[in-house]
Ligand binder design. Structure first.
Ligand code: TMP
Length: 208
């Protein structure tokens, strides 16, 4: 039986890493064999592409280059890791996926959404996540939290209005697909965030 494909998205500073570990544990305790991975990245080649995308060596990269590199990394990731794991019945837990492309390259950079949809169909065929959790946080609060961490990467260096657009993109698309795409209010305490996540996961697993 085909495994489950679960993705986690989050605003900058929304606690993605901590909650990824929480979701991983939750799924394992529910009896799933979990393959945790991330985008851009997840395979040796895709991690090389990630370094090009996030590093500062090519700061002025054209938006279309950025978009195509995201999908190049994704094509490799799907072929070498995600699809084989799903075919073996494993649960794939991915830190960001194509919803990030719509939010960052689409709403953030201003690339037409139908271009992204074309690439999505090409690279993924009919494969879409079964469940996506979006850790949502007001942009200023997220940037304050993220700013307390390490040196910013090429995306983290963007201005406030870029992140406003990104957040708007996530929320708009979540509103269009409420069954798959669940919004978690991450402005509250970690315990309250994880209580929301547990409810979503429990409902989702019961519905399968
Ligand atoms: P992260 O691992 O800290 O989330 O960093 C990945 C960065 O890459 C994050 O700023 C979002 C960005 N990104 C895109 O712009 N488009 C994409 O399709 C993906 C997967 C990530």
């Amino acid at each position: 039986m085909q495994g489950l494909f679960i993705t986690l998205e989050g605003s900058e500073g929304a606690g993605k890493s901590t909650n990824l570990a929480f979701i991983h544990d939750y799924l394992e305790q529910a009896g799933h064999t979990v393959v945790q991975t991330r985008e851009p990245g997840g395979t040796a080649l895709s991690e090389h592409i990630r370094a090009l995308l996030l590093g500062h060596e090519y700061d002025g990269m054209a938006s279309d280059t950025e978009l195509l590199l995201m999908f190049a990394a994704r094509a490799e990731h799907l072929a070498a890791k995600i699809k084989p794991a799903l075919a073996q019945g494993k649960t794939v837990l991915c830190d960001r996926f194509t919803d990030a492309t719509y939010a960052y390259q689409g709403y953030g950079r201003g690339i037409a959404l139908d271009r992204i949809a074309t690439l999505e169909d090409w690279v993924q065929g009919s494969l879409r996540p079964d469940l996506t959790l979006f850790l949502d946080l007001p942009v200023e609060l997220g940037m304050k939290r993220a700013g307390e961490r390490s040196a910013p990467d090429r995306f983290e260096k963007q201005q406030l209005d870029f992140f406003d657009q990104v957040r708007h993109g996530y929320l708009e698309r979540a509103g269009q697909q409420p069954q798959r795409y669940r919004v978690i209010d991450s402005s509250v305490s970690l315990e309250q965030v994880q209580a929301q996540i547990s409810t979503v996961l429990s409902d989702f697993l019961q519905s399968r």
